[in-house]
Design a protein around this ligand. Structure first.
Ligand code: G3I
Length: 466
């Protein structure tokens, strides 16, 4: 363990003890100051709350109003898929995806990219290819799309749904699989080279509990980590209905993946049903994410029931009129009442985020600051750039607003930041909260981040709360 990491563990211990001591205050304050939107409440827990978005619905005012109000992460539902972005070979088309990215940037939301390599929704020309030609076309696609969106994507679903259902634990047979078993790692390597600042995820369904399929994904992630294949996160789609209910070991399954040293994300959540039963299922899933320190956020697969790919199952948080359902209240309540698991010094997989192709993330000492908050920063450094994730933890009084000041070394210039406004792009920079994450209850935390060129070195943040 290097000195930085030893220091960071010690720092986290101090923070964790602080949180325990203020535990009673937390629960009292939670009710009084409860956040009123999903994104704001998740941000208070250092997480995001996102939704799948369809570009053609952005002009629908009911849809847009809910989107802008409730969510701080978006996933293009179809617009970044292979058929949409490369309709003919080497001719790229980003119009619809760009609309979503532009809206997200206007609104201070981040973007999950979905999906670079998938057996489904491929353009017709791909059917004519196989072997090396297909492998190269896939790698070119990954490289071109990830390069085009470089710096704008929080996490990419690099590979989607590559394992078979059922008890075999085998790879899904597909044209991509037939190019050779190493197609998945080749895609991840290409994505990392194209956009080293994006987290790279493997995403699948029917992997939400422990079963043959999730065991196979688990073994792949374990293998990738041991061989240094770049993977940062695993997405659990979480499409549930009575035939495929929320598994009883849902949280345990998230945790076992997190223990491999990757983030976990709930990426396409929808749960068919209605009323209290549906609400309870949504509550269970939300609480599971809060209970797993490396569960960085939840995305629902659409806004209103009528926006869903399976609308008849009414699986979302808003009804067809855009009215909040019981399921919405349950999620918000869980987020507000949630007592998130803070990274624990005894759990080596906890400090977020990871970037295995780069030097290990380092975390600086928390600085007590002057007004009742502390800030810690973790860095993912690669050749020529880095992503910093800054955690702001409220002291015993809580915060209504906060600012974090740090000085970047020369040669470092920020290209983009999320969940905070910044005073400058280089040198001494002050980050201030945005509208939805200024209020942090005592002992709770929120996170913001930025991407920069250059070398981070040791960043020493100073936090001031009001
Ligand atoms: O855009 C055309 C439109 O021009 C045409 O008139 C219409 C007629 O059917 O089709 C429209 O395209 C549809 C597209 O959704 C946009 O609505 C496609 O037919 C339809 O196949 C496509 O379905 C998408 C599905 O992926 C395709 O596999 C769903 O919207 C989307 O929600 C769904 O998302 C997937 C994730 O990507 C991966 N995990 C599972 C999830 C649910 O299936």
């Amino acid at each position: 363990m290097d000195r930085n990491r030893r220091r960071s563990r010690a720092a986290i211990t101090v923070a964790a003890v602080g949180a325990l001591v203020t535990g009673v205050v937390v629960s009292l304050a939670t009710t009084a100051n409860a956040a009123t939107t999903l994104g704001a409440s998740a941000a208070e827990k250092g997480r995001y709350f996102g939704t799948a978005v369809a570009a053609y619905k952005l002009s629908d005012s009911t849809y847009s109003t809910i989107l802008n109000r409730e969510f701080n992460m978006v996933t293009p539902e179809n617009e970044m898929k292979w058929d949409a972005t490369e309709p003919s070979q080497n001719s790229f088309s980003y119009g619809s995806a760009d609309q979503i990215v532009a809206r997200a940037q206007q609104q201070g939301m981040r973007v999950r990219g979905h999906a670079l390599a998938w057996h489904s929704q491929q353009p017709g020309w791909v059917n004519n290819l196989s072997g090396t030609a297909l492998r190269n076309a896939m790698l070119n696609h990954v490289t071109q799309v990830a390069t085009y969106y470089k710096g704008k994507i929080y996490a990419w679903d690099v590979v989607n749904e590559a394992f078979a259902d059922g008890s075999t634990g085998a790879r899904r047979d597909s044209n991509l699989q037939r190019t050779g078993n190493d197609w998945i790692e080749a895609a991840f390597r290409a994505a990392r080279a194209a956009d080293p600042g994006a987290k790279l995820c493997y995403n699948d369904y029917n992997t939400d509990g422990q079963n043959a399929k999730s065991n196979a994904v688990y073994a792949m992630v374990q293998d990738f980590k041991s061989r240094g294949v770049p993977i940062d996160c695993v997405g659990f789609q979480s499409h549930f209905n009575p035939q495929s209910p929320v598994p009883s070991d849902y949280q345990a399954n998230l945790q076992r993946f997190a223990n491999l040293g990757v983030d976990v994300q709930i990426t396409e959540l929808d749960i068919e049903g209605s009323g209290t039963a549906q609400a309870n299922n949504f509550r269970t899933v939300t609480q599971a994410c809060l209970n797993v320190s490396r569960c960085t956020g939840i995305t629902v697969w659409g806004i209103r029931d009528s926006d869903s790919w399976r609308a008849s199952g009414t699986p979302l948080l808003f009804d067809g009129n855009g009215t909040k359902k019981a399921a919405y209240d349950a999620v918000l309540q869980a987020l507000n009442g949630g007592n998130p698991t803070s990274p624990s010094p005894s759990n080596p997989s906890s400090p977020s985020p990871s970037n295995p192709s780069s030097p290990s993330p380092s975390q600086s000492n928390p600085n007590p600051g002057t007004g009742g908050c502390t800030a810690t920063v973790s860095i993912n450094q690669w050749q020529g750039g880095f992503v910093a994730t800054v955690r702001v933890t409220a002291g015993s009084s809580g915060t209504n607003s906060w600012s974090v000041r740090l000085t970047l070394p020369s040669g470092a210039t920020i290209s983009n930041a999320w969940n905070a406004d910044r005073s400058a792009s280089s040198g001494a920079v002050t980050f201030t909260n945005v509208s939805y994450n200024g209020k942090i209850n005592a002992g709770q935390f929120t996170e913001f981040g930025f991407q920069s060129s250059g070398t981070a070195g040791t960043l020493t943040p100073t936090c001031t709360a009001a």
